[in-house]
Design a protein around this ligand. Structure first.
Ligand SMILES: Nc1ncnc2c1ncn2[C@@H]1O[C@H](COP(=O)(O)OP(=O)(O)OP(=O)(O)O)[C@@H](O)[C@H]1O
Length: 304
């Protein structure tokens, strides 16, 4: 359906996308996750032919996007919800899109209804809130009744009702057999929506796995009054409280023995299944460009 082969994009000295191999299939929501600047938007722009790869390829149904005969009927995309003429009404914006692709105008009313935008359709797009602009953008993506949907951070600006609405919408589009590819930088958004997760960091593929696979693995929760030496000695240790560490990929036995060697007093030691959020954080740890310090003890109380 969508196939990326060694897809690479460099902007001067920055490698935005670095040898990405990926296949996206119908009938599933694939979450595209990565920290800010990981290359998600660039990948989507490359798939849509809005930018040319430095090397490698991005094919939609076996051809580059530019060679699709009816692109809007094949791929519906939302990249930048604010890229709409501010003086045009939502309805006129969608009508212009429909006319350019010979899509029947009745589809405009259908997608306005689907996105809850019928009431606001007469208003000029320049007066819309970010959430309304996102809904209009999603309406545009749905206009051609496409087999593939590609949405860049569609949850931005939506209120909790809107977030729930988009979750249900994406799930139902996948259940209809469509390919749904949706980016986010928050695992919490994807947790209840995606069947599959593709995680990128600094343009590289870090994981491509079913949701359930990412949940597996053993971690350890360890409590004690002065755990800093243990935190320093263990890769993947994260403060979960002033006196509690979570350690990914280590069994309690190993952590207990290390604590003994270091002379660290323990008050508790237990195996835990890492949350998706923890799995994601440990995957992307090395590739976060703009991060607050993740290593210090939470609430400031862990350092003696
Ligand atoms: N047109 C451009 N010119 C120069 N550098 C660019 C350009 N577009 C993207 N980049 C750089 O490429 C890298 C990837 O950016 P991209 O926007 O694809 O990341 P992203 O994962 O979508 O991030 P975010 O979650 O913040 O939207 C960043 O370092 C960015 O600064």
């Amino acid at each position: 359906m969508i196939r990326l082969r060694r897809l690479t994009k460099r902007y001067g000295g920055t490698t935005a996308v670095d040898g990405l191999d990926l296949e996206l299939h119908p009938g599933a929501v694939t979450g595209f996750l990565g920290p800010n600047g990981a290359g998600k938007s660039t990948t989507m722009r490359l798939i849509l032919g809005l930018d040319t790869p430095t090397s490698g390829s991005a094919l939609v149904k076996g051809v580059p996007y530019a060679r699709l005969k009816q692109p809007l009927r094949t791929v519906g995309a939302l990249l930048d919800a604010t890229a709409v003429h501010p003086g045009r009404s939502g309805r006129d914006h969608l009508r212009a899109m429909a006319l350019s692709q010979r899509i029947p105008l009745r589809r405009v009313e259908e997608v306005l209804e689907t996105t809850g935008m019928t009431q606001a359709a007469r208003r000029r797009a320049g007066t819309y809130s970010l959430g309304m602009s996102q809904r209009l953008g999603i309406a545009g993506a749905l206009l051609g009744d496409p087999e593939i949907l590609m949405l860049d951070e569609p949850v931005n600006g939506l209120d909790p009702d809107g977030v729930r609405w988009i979750r249900t919408l994406l799930r139902s589009l996948a259940a209809q057999g469509r390919t749904v590819f949706v980016s986010s930088h928050l695992m919490s958004e994807m947790e209840q929506t995606a069947d599959r997760l593709v995680v990128v960091g600094r343009g590289r593929l870090l994981a491509d796995a079913a949701m359930a696979e990412l949940r597996t693995g053993t971690g350890t929760a360890v409590r004690g009054p002065a755990l800093q030496p243990l935190a320093d000695a263990l890769d993947g240790a994260r403060w979960a409280g002033p006196q509690e560490l979570r350690v990914a990929d280590r069994r309690p036995e190993a952590v207990g023995e290390l604590a003994h060697e270091l002379g660290v007093v323990l008050h508790g030691l237990a195996a835990v299944e890492p949350s998706l959020e923890e799995s994601y954080l440990s995957l992307t740890e090395e590739s976060v460009e703009y991060a607050a310090d993740r290593t210090g003890p939470a609430h400031g109380g862990g350092t003696p």
